[in-house]
Design a protein around this ligand. Sequence first.
Ligand code: GCU
Length: 494
Amino acid sequence: MNSVRLSHPLRSVGIASALALTLTAALPASAALSAPGAVAPNAAVVYEAESAAISKGQVDSNHAGFTGTGFVNYDNTTGSYVEWTVNASQAGPATLALRFANGTAVNRPMDITVNGTKVATAKAFPGTGAWTTWQTTTLAVTLKAGANTIRATATTADGGPNVDHLSIDAAPDPGGPGQPAGTPAGINGRLKVEGTKLVNKYGKPIQLRGMSSHGTQWYGQCLTTGSLHALATDWRADVLRVSTYVQEGGYETDPRKYTDLVHRMIEEATARGLYVIVDWHQLTPGDPNYNLARAKTFFTEIAQRHRNKTNLLYEIANEPNGVTWAKIKSYAEQLIPVIRQQDPLTPVLVGTRAWSSLGVSDGSTENEIVSNPVNATNIMYTFHFYAASHKDEYFNVFSRAADKLPLFVTEFGTQNAAGEGANDFNNAQRYLDLMAAKKISWTNWNYSDDHRSGAVFTPGTCNTDTSWAGTSRLKPAGVWVRDRIRTADDFPTS
Ligand code: GCU
């Protein structure tokens, strides 16, 4: 028999609306820190079209404003193309910019391929107003180390526009320059999933430990420069999970506001060398497909803006519930390619069936995932546990699953499944020991002053915005988990 998860800890936050200061209001203007993680990309390298391989086209110079010695005038025929060979010093994301002019009023779409793979279908090259008016259009791609071929092929009988050049902005070193030295993100750089492990830029498995926020629509006031400073320096956390609820008064009520809040949190965490889990906190309804269109919009913007950062993880479905694994998998397989088009390298975390219990709360097990995994690389699956509710059955599935699947515990509590009631520190410690041994990363629920026992601060702490460090404002669960985050990290660098 399964002990079905009763209710989620984040539910029914009656007091929340009374506390609903927005994050923007809670942060002084000076909190808008500069973000060392957002390093300027390397200078763009320009590849002239007149020096590239041309099929069905000619080099002209009769329309002013071009760079180099001319531009390519595509023949007015489908299939005419220009192909550049470019050199990348390392594999990674890059932005292609094509400079073109189209003196007609009609779009001249082109397919763009990188190393023979189509990365854009019928990309628009609309009229620019005149043959002497040059514009650029950009595209995010991934390059391999060494030589890469980039081809722009006309898809209509008008042929391509006139093309002046291709320029390429390489993203910064995926090792993560710009992160404060000595910080978790500075030491480990860009993470990736290898086998069942999360590995750092040296290819070594690491464990991240940190805190999840509460719903930002309710507890944005707990995420201030002071509280994040304490999290990074007093708690010595490695990672912050930013929980953007979709419903329950969250994202769907004001997408601009909640997306901007995430941007801010990413910059704040990046400035402190923390990893950030961007948590798309779907919960009610439990089928993540309900929010697929919203998720595409949200993650497209987040990934586009932050793709050069090396300290992110995208959690695309917090706790699917009342929905089959097949539907969760289908959701992930529709959303991940959209994210990867903007940001091909950031790991993605996928929620599992029945409140991210690996299916256990629905009477299933990890086998439904093992036998039918999400068709994508560089992903992990999430497991959530609440120690006073989730005993041996959950523990055993989790332990076994960790040897077969890459897992990240993006939520756990020392309380019951609703995040309240008595703490079971013994059972929680058993999970923590297992996670340390298997290098499974975790974030604890939650860094707020909600009245429940699982919110680490005593009620009212976030309103004063002063006593973040130390233990004076912590509940017992807060003292306990702070002690377990503060212990020395083990981050291999060779
Ligand atoms: C004009 C123009 C060319 C351009 C061509 C086209 O001939 O001068 O530069 O390539 O139109 O329609 O493609």
